[in-house]
Design a binder for this molecule. Structure first.
Ligand SMILES: [Mn+2]
Length: 314
């Protein structure tokens, strides 16, 4: 449970603000999107002007959420408060107004690698998701649109309650949202059973690249595959989990060719490995079971580098 004085402090700060920019990271996942939508709708409910800012494309599977269309990639404006959600470091957000200072930032996150870059930080690594933290912060003061967005983040960050970050509190908070009117099957089907056909084709091409080494799996996507299927990088966000679904696989590595000079690496693990440690070695981070880093090298060389490192872990 989040302590009462933390909730009181949070309320004090937002009550004093009028124009609030709520923002999340590039390549947003369901937790980033769910949390910025939920918090913004809540702030509007209590009479604040809010802007939801994500400097990137928003995956289409979340378009059923009320508020989805209000997410913008334009951060222009005069704000007296900034709320960062689901990001360990503010450097992951580009294009914030130049006058932003630490004093103006509330930082709400569940990554243990969080750098406490706000003047008020609610960082809870034991929580499955930022949406779970917000579930306790907002409590019974929300509405169904807010609760649907919160459930979305809990559902996606736990891999539909499959990952090791799923615990008793996660279910307690999920049940709380269901008691508030969320229909779990409706949310799951909206997110997972409305895939664009071209994305399914991309998934097929990507699965073709899977390679297994004992209890580790490697998979990649390159720019040609995106071109061939008419997809873009935001269509690869939910593919990472497929590295882990085979029997006996304990660690999955998914590499994405962003350009000739840059490769994004995502790590996933079940229980045996702490992938946060590996991602940190390359300047990234995350959680024990989900982490990532960027390598300024082409895909082929990055695959070599990462394989060499990862295969040393037993
Ligand atoms: Mn998250």
């Amino acid at each position: 449970m989040i302590e009462k004085n933390v909730i009181d402090n949070f309320n004090d700060i937002i009550n004093k603000a009028n124009n609030i920019l709520v923002f999340a990271h590039k390549r947003p996942d369901g937790d980033a999107i769910g949390s910025i939508i939920a918090l913004s709708l809540y702030l509007e409910l209590i009479g604040k002007n809010t802007t939801m800012y994500i400097p990137d494309e928003i995956p289409a599977e979340y378009d059923f959420l009320v508020g989805y269309n209000k997410i913008t990639d334009n951060s222009d404006g005069q704000y007296d408060l900034f709320v960062s959600l689901d990001q360990s470091d503010i450097s992951r957000t580009y294009g914030l107004p130049r006058y932003i200072t630490k004093e103006l930032i509330i930082n709400i996150d569940h990554h243990k690698s969080n750098t406490y870059f706000g003047s008020f930080n609610i960082v809870m690594p034991d929580y499955s998701s930022t949406c779970e933290i917000l579930t306790e912060l907002i409590g019974n003061k929300g509405n169904i649109d807010i609760y649907n967005a919160l459930y979305t983040g809990i559902l996606t960050d736990t891999g539909s309650f499959k990952y090791a970050n799923t615990n008793r509190t996660t279910f307690k908070n999920a049940i709380y949202l269901i008691d508030c009117g969320v229909e779990p099957a409706c949310i799951s089907q909206n997110i997972f059973m409305r895939m664009k056909k071209r994305k399914l084709k991309l998934l097929a091409l990507t699965l073709n690249t899977l390679e297994f080494y004992n209890d580790k799996a490697f998979m990649y996507v390159n720019q040609n595959m995106l071109k061939e299927t008419g997809t873009n990088m935001s269509d690869t966000e939910s593919i990472t989990g497929y590295t882990l679904i085979t029997r006996g696989t304990e660690m999955g590595v998914f590499l994405r060719e962003e350009s000739d000079l840059r490769t994004r690496v995502s790590f996933r693990s079940k229980n045996k490995y702490d992938v946060d440690i590996i991602a940190k070695k390359f300047g990234g981070g995350g959680h024990k079971n989900a982490a990532g880093c960027n390598i300024d090298m082409n895909l082929k060389d990055t695959i070599k580098l990462i394989k060499k490192e990862v295969l040393e872990y037993e």
